[in-house]
Design a protein around this ligand. Structure first.
Ligand SMILES: CC(C)(CO)[C@@H](O)C(=O)NCCC(=O)N/C=C\S
Length: 201
């Protein structure tokens, strides 16, 4: 490859998927979700976790870069240092928040950004797709706040991958279970095909 200006732009870089994970018990599916995303050719995956989500998975089961709040503060000590949540919003072509727990849903709907994940979302470039997978106990899902907040996120242009009706880990039966990983991956593929369509045009 000649080293003329713009040469790099001619090389098909990978499609960058940023996975956000929050503190629903559905976060136990993160290793499976990441591995199925990595099966999609041309994808590069990075994960941003909240502190509460860490309770549900083992970081050794996540074979990609995994950022959490301390990374932001380790990285920024002086004015010239990179700002991680801004670097991540630039790096990502698509964001997938799976699971989106009730706490982070509320924060995103009202613009609270008190951790790395909510800062990336608050800074998100809304011309890029942001998919979210709500997951919470049925009685939380049925609280009137939830529909208001989900509608607010859809009004921002974010795409809901709806929760499903299941027997939940606490024994309750009903809506609130995160969409199946296969459903989530199919949705990412669908958006990806639209995106690559744009690239071909
Ligand atoms: C964990 C999994 C994926 C097992 O199939 C499913 O139950 C689920 O998505 N639960 C999320 C709902 C939740 O956070 N419940 C919290 C209290 S009941």
């Amino acid at each position: 490859m000649e080293s003329y200006p713009g040469a790099a732009s001619l090389v098909e870089r990978k499609f960058h998927v940023l996975v956000g994970v929050t503190g629903s018990v559905a976060a136990l599916k993160l290793p499976f979700l990441v591995s199925k995303l990595l099966d999609i050719p041309g994808l590069e995956v990075t994960v941003v976790t909240t502190e509460r989500a860490k309770h549900f998975y083992n970081p050794q089961d996540i074979p990609v870069t995994l950022y959490s709040d301390s990374d932001e503060w380790e990285m920024w000590k002086h004015r010239s240092d990179p700002v991680l949540h801004i670097d991540l919003r630039r790096w990502a072509d698509l964001m997938l928040v799976a699971p989106l727990d009730a706490n982070t849903l509320g924060k995103v709907a009202s613009g609270i950004c008190d951790n790395l994940l909510t800062c990336v979302i608050r800074a998100w470039d809304r011309s890029k797709p942001l998919l979210f997978c709500p997951a919470m106990n049925t009685v939380m899902w049925e609280h009137p706040l939830t529909a208001q907040q989900v509608d607010q996120l859809k009004a921002f242009g974010y795409v809901e991958i709806p929760c499903v009706d299941k027997k939940l880990v606490c024994g309750d039966q009903g809506l609130g279970a995160m969409a199946e990983v296969e459903t989530i991956v199919d949705k990412v593929k669908e958006v990806l095909s639209q995106h690559s369509g744009v690239q071909q045009s």
